[in-house]
Design a protein around this ligand. Structure first.
Ligand code: ADP
Length: 577
């Protein structure tokens, strides 16, 4: 019988690694610098090990906010933001953000611990039992599970590639607790990891497609470019600017594309939006979908004769609402470069009559907006508080703006101009509430810049507890709460019982005191001058701050600009009819 040497226990341990270490090593190898999450069974040690390895771990109070932060990080950096969640309930909380990221085309990966497979799969009733992989699949771009420790490198690589290539989106990566604890030989483990090469390869459009688009634009009498958040995401700022400026075509920026070219650019027709949509004859969509936000490209919002050019990385987006006469499939940087290269000097130009018509409407609308903003009623309306915020931010183009709410979103989008790309993060494609603090935290963490979050009081409530996170990490975030004491507005009266009405919140809420509980600075303000002074002081301090702006409870309208989306009762009129 052969005599084998017995390796001492300590030596054998030193040559081993496990799932926890390999997940962290795989993320590190692929350049992950930050993980956003909430710890608990079975992922607490994963967060500790990530910190020990030099990855920054930002711990949240709720997984939806951690997920939203990861999604915003993805939008800002073009690399997948990482969200870490615990099994079942934590996973489900995070899934909301994963679905939202997928809808917005932001790359993120939700890595979730999960319970014992043999017990979960036979539904024997495990601690936090849930078939998470099946649950995640309909809400994500893709969902994968790692079943063996030796597959961790593959699982992470696959998740990264899927999240950022083609149309970006959310990827779910399930890692059962048993896999995290599983050991393997350290050298073999290291050899099982790899760095993804060129995760989002350039995609060039065909020359024929480019020429087709150029000749269509060359014939246009009333051309219009619509820039969407896909164009902002693409980080092709110079290429987009070169095309827009060399052709002189008027452009409209969707809300998260604001600042891609500065909002005060002479070709911006933001303040003549309705006219531009209604009259444009050739419309070029650049990283913008013809979804509900653009009225599906239908009349009467659009001219029934409008012809569409669409630049998108995802060919299945084309013809989703209207016939696309000139499809340009590729990444925005490559497409815009090709367009500039293949357009002869003077071949595409916006006719003067069209530019003049838009200019006249811009001047008229700007005058009425000025009048509304300059009024000084007491209590304040949204527009008056926002005028004060605008006056401060005008001198701070470095500040990132996060914005959510109904009226708070609609008004701030129009009042607050952006000067630089990707500095506005908002409710996005779903018009969702609850992204505020997660997005603000990610913007501060990823960029090191100061952030102002402009929040409706109802919207703020969805992620409000994260102000503790902001204070704990001493992030330079100032939250402006536009407080009219209600969902939409605070003056609704319940005529049928003594309970508050469905849209009513606490009328005298002092959100400023919330942040004081965690060591931040609170301001309670009732006039535009006080808003200005408080926001200036908050920004000067660079510390966590919250400015609670007391508005007229009757300020705002139900559902903001989306009143028309409320179904009408067929049987009995609603209270607001
Ligand atoms: P918005 O809401 O601002 O109108 P959308 O989210 O509707 O913008 O549209 C973004 C579009 O941009 C999506 O259809 C997506 O496929 C596309 N997109 C994302 N990244 C790129 C890219 N790098 N190149 C080309 N298209 C992109």
């Amino acid at each position: 019988m052969e005599l084998r040497e017995i390796t001492p226990l300590a030596e054998r341990r030193a040559s081993l690694t496990d799932g926890f270490h390999l997940v962290v090593d795989a993320l590190k190898l692929n350049g992950v610098q930050t993980i956003y999450g909430v710890v608990g069974i079975p992922v607490t040690d994963l967060a500790r090990l990530a910190q020990a390895s030099g990855i920054r771990y930002i711990g949240f109070r709720h997984e939806a906010s951690a997920g939203n932060a990861a999604a915003a990080a993805g939008f800002l950096t073009k690399r997948p933001g990482i969200c870490l969640t615990v099994s079942a309930p934590g996973f489900l909380n995070g899934l909301v953000a994963l679905a939202n990221a997928t809808t917005n085309c932001f790359p993120m990966i939700q890595i979730s611990g999960s319970s014992e497979r043999p017990i979960v799969d036979l539904q024997r009733g495990d601690y936090e039992e849930l078939d998470q992989l099946a649950a995640a699949r309909p809400f994500a771009k893709a969902a994968y599970r790692i079943n063996r420790v030796e597959d961790i490198g593959l699982g992470v690589a696959r998740a990264i590639r899927t999240a950022v290539s083609g149309r970006p989106g959310g990827v779910y990566l399930d890692v059962p607790g048993a896999v995290l604890g599983q050991a393997m030989d350290a050298a073999a483990g290291a050899g099982s990891l790899w760095q993804v090469t060129d995760p989002a390869p350039r995609q060039l459009p065909s020359p024929e497609a480019v020429d087709r688009a150029v000749s269509l634009l060359a014939r246009a009498q009333r051309p219009l470019v619509v820039l969407g958040k896909g164009a902002a995401y693409a980080q092709a700022d110079e290429q987009v600017r070169a095309f827009v400026e060399s052709t002189g075509i008027p452009y409209l920026a969707m809300s998260m594309a604001k600042g891609l070219l500065p909002d005060d650019h002479p070709q911006s027709v933001a303040s003549a939006r309705s006219l531009a949509l209604a009259k444009a004859d050739v419309v070029m969509l650049v990283g913008a979908r013809l979804n509900w936000l653009l009225g599906h490209g239908e009349a009467p919002q659009w001219s029934p004769d409008a012809t569409f050019v669409q630049v998108d990385i995802d060919a299945t987006e084309l013809d989703s609402n209207q016939p696309i006469a000139a499809p340009l499939v590729g990444d925005i940087g490559s497409v815009m470069t090709a367009l500039v290269e293949r357009t002869q000097a003077g071949q595409v130009a916006a006719p003067v009559a069209w530019r003049d018509e838009l200019e006249a409407r811009k001047a008229r609308n700007a005058a009425s907006m000025r009048q509304r903003l300059e009024a000084d009623p007491f209590p304040m309306q949204f527009s008056n508080a926002l005028r004060a915020v605008r006056d401060v931010l005008r001198h701070r183009p470095d500040v990132y703006v996060v914005n959510e709410g109904a009226n708070a979103l609609d008004m701030a989008r129009n009042v607050i101009d952006m000067q630089r790309p990707r500095q506005r993060l908002d409710s996005g494609t779903w018009g969702v509430m609850g992204i505020g603090m997660g997005y603000a935290i990610a913007a501060a963490v990823e960029t090191g810049a100061q952030v102002v979050a402009i929040e409706g009081d109802s919207a703020f409530g969805f992620s409000g507890m994260e102000i503790e996170t902001i204070c704990r990490y001493r992030l330079p975030v100032s939250v402006v709460v536009l407080n009219n004491g209600g969902v939409y507005r605070g003056d609704d009266v319940n005529a049928v019982s003594c309970d508050p009405s469905p849209t009513t919140l606490s009328p005298a809420a002092r959100h400023d005191r919330l942040i004081e509980a965690f060591g931040g600075t609170g301001y309670h303000v009732t006039t535009p001058d006080e808003v200005t002074a408080a926001l200036k002081a908050a920004l000067a301090s660079r510390g966590p701050a919250l400015v609670d702006c007391v508005l007229d409870p009757g300020a705002g309208t139900e559902s903001g600009h989306l009143t028309h989306l409320n179904p009408k009762s067929a049987v009995k009129g609603t209270h607001h009819d």
